[in-house]
Design a protein around this ligand. Structure first.
Ligand SMILES: *Cc1c(COP(=O)(O)O)cnc(C)c1O
Length: 394
């Protein structure tokens, strides 16, 4: 397998199915190499594998054939040089932050961002003396004043859960660069198909591969994508701390990637259709979906998102939190659960789960209505999903 095999000679669907894999007598699926260590005839062969770093097969925590194949395919799909696969999205984000931040250094992060990322930053402050400032994602003109001479990282996320506000990724990346920062972005909600942050100036694109990349709600995984310049040090951190995806997980991700374009397009199309239909329902006060012309950041979404506007939509049920809870309780095809980007549609309640900790005032400040229902559209038939929402809304 050579690095040249990454050149995107084909369309994304073809690359997703036929991307780099370890050749083995015509197998269409990368052979799953369950081996914690590798043995050698000669010392020079062992030295060579060590020298190859993540591309070599020396000891599983440094790299192994199954993960290397899927990392090559992830990089091909993201359109970048390098990818690192992790056993969860938080393992990817924490390894990258551990790599980029030393004690006393500062990070600027959009707020709201994923709750786990906020927990990581608070933990890093307590244990490592990281410093950070949260900036309002909806007010980019306030971000500039958050930067300091010791700011090393700007961390972005777009769209933002659960109101699905979109921020200007290119403008954010340019601002971070002006302040000499490495710009990271959590691109989980859009997926590698739906948004290309590296082309908009970000340095490292981060994913919970548990979501659209894995796509079947049956595994946890994470990924970091970018250039080797930005990821080589993160590969070393992964080796030091040990959060590397094992062969079985890597193989499951390769299998999932083959259908990612098909799944993501189907989920995105369902989300747009459901959002559009919900705007006309009398029990629905507001619909939040970047693909709707009525959404405050629609123009920006059209400019920077691709292949639709993501699988997540939210809507406000008339009657507040209890009315929203009653709707979710009545759903049958759409299951009540807290993830996104899977083939199965899921609904969740911000006021009772992800944003409970904010309290009513905090939610009001963040623009999150009490009666908000968040739906991750899966790949079921849209008419079955719509019929389920109609009966649940009563
Ligand atoms: C789920 C999620 C994560 C965390 O990923 P895990 O795989 O659960 O560790 C990070 N960011 C976003 C936006 C997510 O949705």
């Amino acid at each position: 397998m050579s690095h040249d095999s990454r050149r995107p000679a084909h369309a994304v669907e073809t690359n997703a199915v036929h991307g780099p894999h370890v050749e083995h007598r015509g197998a269409v699926s990368t052979p799953l190499v369950h081996s914690a260590t590798f043995t050698f005839e000669k010392l020079e062969d062992m030295v060579e594998q060590q020298r190859l770093d993540t591309a070599g097969s020396f000891y599983q925590r440094k790299g192994h054939p199954t993960i290397f194949a899927v990392e090559e395919r992830l990089a091909l799909l993201e359109g970048c040089e390098a990818a690192l696969l992790f056993p969860s999205g938080m393992a990817a984000i924490s390894t990258v932050f551990l790599t980029l931040l030393r004690t006393g250094e500062h990070l600027v992060c959009v707020d709201p961002c994923y709750g786990g990322t906020q927990a990581l930053l608070a933990w890093g402050r307590e244990h490592f003396g990281w410093d950070y400032t949260l900036v309002d994602a909806r007010k980019p003109d306030t971000w500039e004043s958050a930067f300091r001479p010791n700011t090393r990282v700007l961390h972005l996320e777009s769209p933002i859960n659960p109101t699905l506000a979109v921020l200007d990724v290119a403008a954010g990346a340019a601002l971070g660069k002006r302040h000499g920062c490495v710009v990271t972005i959590d691109n989980t909600i859009a997926s590698p198909l739906g948004q290309r942050p590296l082309e908009m100036g970000c340095d490292i694109s981060l994913y919970s591969a548990t979501k659209s990349i894995g796509g079947h709600s049956d595994l946890l995984a994470g990924a970091a994508m970018g250039s080797w310049q930005h990821l080589r040090a993160a590969a070393f951190t992964r080796m030091v701390f040990g959060p590397i995806a094992d062969p079985a997980m890597a193989w499951m991700i390769e299998r999932s990637l083959k259908t990612m374009p098909l799944r993501v397009r189907a989920g995105n199309a369902n989300a747009l259709e459901l959002a559009t239909r919900l705007t006309k329902h009398p029990k629905v006060a507001q619909v939040f979906y970047p693909g709707l012309p009525s959404h405050p950041t629609h123009a920006l979404a059209v400019k920077q998102m691709r292949e639709g506007f993501g699988p997540l939509l939210s809507f406000e049920v008339e009657g507040g939190a209890d009315a929203a809870l009653a709707v979710v309780d009545r759903l049958k095809v759409i299951k009540h659960g807290a993830s996104l980007g899977g083939v199965e549609s899921l609904a969740s309640l911000a006021a009772f789960t992800s944003h409970q900790i904010l309290g009513p005032e905090g939610r009001a400040r963040a623009g999150i209505p009490e009666g908000l229902v968040r739906v991750s559209a899966g790949v079921e038939h849209v008419d079955d999903l719509w019929a389920d929402l109609l009966q649940a809304l009563g």
